[in-house]
Design a protein around this ligand. Structure first.
Ligand code: GDD
Ligand code: MG
Length: 350
């Protein structure tokens, strides 16, 4: 069985971080995001090949994963000439697909038994199977209504507040039969959510749901991107590098001077330098070669590689890109995002 990973979105909601780093390889700690999904796919013996469906900055992504040999799973690439939308991208990527295919949104992290989803698809002899997850507010997602036996009755993408009837949404994992893709035109923009799924319902085709109660997050917004780091540090989602160290301090080789105070959970990547009197944590994610100067404080923040936090600065509740320079005595907080190579002048308050 082949898997298609939809990873062609521009990541607009994560700008400016995604200007130089496409969303699929935005790091979660020290690993590109898609690595976490590939870890999961690798655990399903039936999945023999992963097709990465790309559009935006494909070269960077291909360089990161290659043919998958080093990761123990075969990876191939389908790069659209222009963005075709989720449905168009699936059609474009599925040219070599002859069997049931599993499709995943490339920006979702979830605890899920993919084998059980495939089994549900087969047991129901379904044309399509969709994984659902409960959320507090479905408005940012695809709302899915089912009957008591789990047959999908309605699919409504981005419902208005007055259209919310249930709390189950599209979790971004599907098993599809190849013949159902015939309705998608070649090389045209087409939405799996707004067109394909509603058409299955309208035609009365066998379209079933698999409700998953495990951890689920779409990392596509700044708040969720910070949240996923906190959740992994807390052990709410079990993943490297915090697999057996939830709540603790993961230090991959930082140089820590005297009188530094670190409160877990925290992550310190290789080559980070933490100067005397600095205070880290809880929830500080300090990237490769980052320098945190004397008496600076970093809490609930993600700082990408090669940035500098000046002396006495406070970084709290923020995302900081690569090669940034945060001056001394500054305050950077309140959900701020600094793009790569930003400079914050000494004594600034953001
Ligand atoms: N190749 C390709 N081409 N991929 C695309 C394109 C495209 O034109 N457009 C979007 N994608 C990829 C994105 O990279 C992402 O991995 C996935 O398709 C979903 O797109 P998003 O832009 O992240 O959509 P969303 O988060 O607003 O909504 C989707 O995900 C929700 C769950 O997180 C929908 O599928 C919702 O129904 C769902 O609930
Ligand atoms: Mg998304």
């Amino acid at each position: 069985m082949k898997a298609i990973l939809l990873a062609g979105g521009k990541g607009t909601r994560l700008r400016p971080l995604t200007l130089n780093t496409p969303k699929p390889i935005v790091p979660i700690f020290n690993r590109p995001f898609l690595m976490y999904q590939l870890d999961q796919l690798r655990q399903v013996p039936e999945i023999t090949e992963v097709i990465l469906s790309l559009n935006y900055q494909p070269r960077r992504i291909e360089e990161t994963f290659g043919n998958g040999e080093a990761l123990g799973i075969k990876i191939s690439y389908a790069v659209e000439p222009q963005p075709l939308g989720t449905g168009g991208a699936i059609k474009f990527s599925a040219q070599t697909v002859q069997d049931s295919v599993i499709v995943l949104n490339g920006d979702v992290l979830q605890q899920i038994d993919l084998q059980a989803v495939i089994a549900r698809h087969r047991a129901a002899n379904a044309k399509a199977t969709i994984v659902l997850t409960p959320v507090d507010n479905p408005s940012a997602y695809g709302l899915v209504e089912t009957d008591a036996s789990g047959n999908v009755q309605r699919f409504l993408e981005k419902p208005g507040q007055d259209e919310i009837t249930v709390n189950t949404i599209n979790a971004g994992v599907y098993v599809l039969e190849p013949d159902t893709l015939d309705r998608i035109p070649d090389n045209e923009t087409y939405s799996i959510e707004r067109q394909y799924f509603p058409s299955l319902v309208a035609n009365g085709e066998t379209f079933v749901a698999y409700v998953n109660d495990g951890y689920w997050i779409d990392i596509g917004t700044p708040e969720k991107y910070r949240q996923v780091h906190r959740d992994i540090m807390d052990g709410r989602y079990h993943a490297a590098p915090f697999l057996d160290r939830a709540g603790g301090i993961v230090d991959l080789g930082a140089r820590i001077e005297q009188d530094v105070h670190i409160q877990g959970p925290c992550f310190l990547d290789e080559g980070a330098v933490i100067k005397a009197g600095a205070r880290l944590g809880p929830y500080a994610v300090v990237g490769r070669q980052v320098q945190v100067d004397e008496q600076a404080q970093v809490r609930d923040a993600v700082i990408w590689a090669n940035s500098v936090v000046g002396a006495d600065a406070v970084v709290e509740g923020a995302l900081v890109g690569r090669n940034c320079h945060i001056g001394r005595n500054t305050v950077v907080g309140g959900g701020r995002m600094l793009g790569d190579r930003s400079t914050v002048t000494d004594y600034s308050r953001l």
